[in-house]
Design a protein around this ligand. Structure first.
Ligand SMILES: [Mn+2]
Length: 320
């Protein structure tokens, strides 16, 4: 099989050869996308590069990830020498800035999603890596600056994507990286609590509504809940406050597949899936043009929420 990946050494060389660098993470960025972007950006900035980060607005709980001042509005980005996409499985994962990506002289794709489409001119995709932040650590260590703030950002990405070292993507190397990052005297308790144990009042209210609306199907093997724009409005929240729900659904005893759907706008429904052993929800998400990991994946479906649910269930029925 032809190796589709470039080496980390090659990626470092490309970075070293360019001065004006734009980084982006995926749409609706999570702890790993933000952590990886701000860590790499801060390191390159410290090394004297002109760095701009493109990330959509994100939830308060990520505010403890340092160096968010490197984030810019897409309108101010002109003439990109090097564009680095982090934690993005496909070009469709960075919405609204595809034109910036295409106008860049060179592009790099660094990711750990199994569904990655190798869309970069240079690619480094490691499915076995716990997180993109873990890959960024390997990229930086010994070659680019690392400090307490950069280590905090990487640690945030690492624990976010492993669910606090719980998911099967956690490896001895993940723990080794965490240990090395802790040597920078990072506020690891604060980072953990911000990511996993704090929420807005509105977020709690929306969670309550989602739990109330949850139902089980296919003899209890499938659990599903959904949230409408009206629900979010009633709870005075936003659709950035829905991330925690799916894992609670998955945690219900005897669940094989958990689904959570929400109305993104009048046209689109966002669906998240979690699968237990033996159920490939990445394949499920791919049926709708989405992707992700075997046990955690998602997609966007252009249909009303009831219809989207029907479509998802029709595919799930084939899997069971
Ligand atoms: Mn990730």
């Amino acid at each position: 099989m032809m190796e589709k990946n470039d080496s980390l050494a090659k990626i470092r060389e490309i970075i070293s050869q360019h001065q004006n660098i734009v980084l982006c993470g995926h749409t609706n960025p999570d702890g790993d996308a933000i952590g990886a972007c701000l860590a790499l950006a801060a390191s390159l900035h410290k090394g004297g590069k002109m760095v701009q980060v493109l990330l959509e607005p994100y939830g308060k709980k990520y505010n403890m990830i340092p160096n968010s001042t490197l984030i810019v509005e897409k309108e101010v980005v002109t003439e990109v020498e090097l564009f680095i996409a982090l934690d993005c499985g496909d070009i469709g994962r960075f919405q609204g800035i595809e034109n910036i990506f295409r106008s860049a002289k060179h592009t790099v794709n660094i990711d750990h999603h199994i569904s990655n489409s190798y869309f970069g001119e240079y690619n480094y995709v490691e499915e076995a890596a716990s997180s993109t932040s873990e890959i960024v650590f390997k990229l930086l260590k010994g070659y680019f600056p690392l400090d307490g703030e950069i280590a905090s950002a990487l640690y945030a990405g690492l624990i976010y994507d492993t669910g606090g070292f719980r998911h099967t993507s956690t490896t001895p190397f993940t723990m080794q990286v965490a240990g090395e990052l802790m040597n920078y005297d990072i506020p690891f308790t604060k980072i953990y609590n911000a990511l996993f144990d704090s929420r807005n009042f509105s977020e709690m209210k929306i969670m309550g509504r989602a739990f109330d609306k949850a139902e089980r199907y296919f003899d209890g093997r499938v659990i599903c809940s959904s949230i409408t724009m009206g629900d979010i409005e009633d709870c005075k929240g936003t659709n950035k406050e829905l991330d925690a729900i799916i894992n609670y659904l998955k945690g219900v005893n005897d669940t094989k597949i958990a689904c959570f759907l929400y109305e993104k706008n009048d046209m689109d429904v966002k669906a998240s899936f979690r699968g237990n052993d033996g159920y490939d929800v990445c394949a499920l998400a791919q049926k709708f043009g989405g992707g992700g990991h075997v046990k955690a994946a998602g997609c966007t479906i252009a249909a009303p929420i009831a219809k989207a649910k029907e479509m998802v269930f029709a595919e799930i029925e084939k899997m069971l």
